[in-house]
Design a protein around this ligand. Structure first.
Ligand code: FAD
Length: 228
């Protein structure tokens, strides 16, 4: 696959990709597919201490993304009922051009902007399960969190209403003057694969590895790679 041919329009002026506009993707299904393939979100909030961006786990349900952390997490606390930005990035390869100026990366990225809100207590378990199972689907196999665990946790939700994606999935784009030169150009693909589960040394020996985890071994950690 090369550049996206998606014709859907940006949901807002500030979400319109200006630089590299040919790589923009706005269609909800494509944005969701990238979110579903990613593992880590970078959450940006303007806190009383100044702006900060922290990496976090996340989950998605229909048109909403969720992030969670301790009720003591300063960034999450500052992110309640204010504008935030959540970014998910998957790197699919290094693009090596004939000149470093044109080096690049193949990637799939989503930027979501908007006002985050704290999830109310009665939806905490449901949304914590969404986050947990996006990362590793073990919620129903493990001990349920205690009331205290839940009380000590803050979940923020952000609608996907103002989301944009950018996708690069092609080789190096060089200048005419370099085309007959001696320098190499191409892509070094990056693949991430889950390994075989390693059982904790303190685990009772009769407890088997859950099938959902053994099934992950050898599979693509970020499925849906765009190129290569
Ligand atoms: C892995 C990776 C590495 C990158 N490295 C560089 C780098 O080294 N230098 C560099 O200049 N750029 C880099 N980019 C591209 C960068 O993310 C921006 O898209 C680009 O710099 C344009 O910024 P801008 O502020 O001019 O965007 P504009 O086009 O003005 O942004 C307008 C709107 O478009 C949307 N948007 C912008 N970028 C993205 C994105 N990546 N994904 C989804 N939506 C987006 C946002 O809603 C934003 O508000 C990289 C991207 C990725 C994924």
């Amino acid at each position: 696959m090369t550049e996206s041919t998606d014709q859907a329009t940006a949901p807002s002026a500030r979400t319109t990709v200006k630089r590299g506009a040919n790589r923009a993707v706005y269609a909800g299904e494509e944005v969701k597919a990238i979110l579903d393939a990613g593992t880590i979100a970078h959450v940006g909030v303007n806190t009383p201490d100044g702006p900060i961006v922290l990496p976090m786990a996340y989950g998605r349900d229909d048109d909403t993304i969720f992030v969670h952390g301790s009720v003591a997490n300063a960034m999450l606390r500052a992110g309640r009922s204010v504008e935030v930005c959540i970014t998910v990035t998957i790197v699919d390869g290094l693009v090596v051009a004939r000149t470093p100026f044109h080096n690049s990366m193949n990637y799939r990225s989503v930027v979501i902007r908007g006002e985050a809100t704290a999830v109310e207590p009665e939806r905490m378990l449901e949304t914590l399960k969404i986050i947990n199972d996006h990362v590793v689907p073990t919620w129903d196999l493990a001990r349920a969190p205690s009331e205290l665990d839940v009380k000590q946790t803050l979940v923020l939700e952000l609608p996907l209403a103002e989301a944009s994606a950018k996708v690069r999935g092609e080789g190096a784009i060089d200048e005419d003057i370099d085309m007959d030169g001696p320098h190499w150009a191409g892509v070094v693909p990056l693949t991430s694969t889950w390994g075989t589960p390693i059982t904790n040394e303190d685990l009772r020996s009769e407890i088997p590895v859950p099938e959902v985890l053994t099934a992950m071994a050898g599979t693509d950690a970020n499925p849906g790679k765009a190129y290569g």
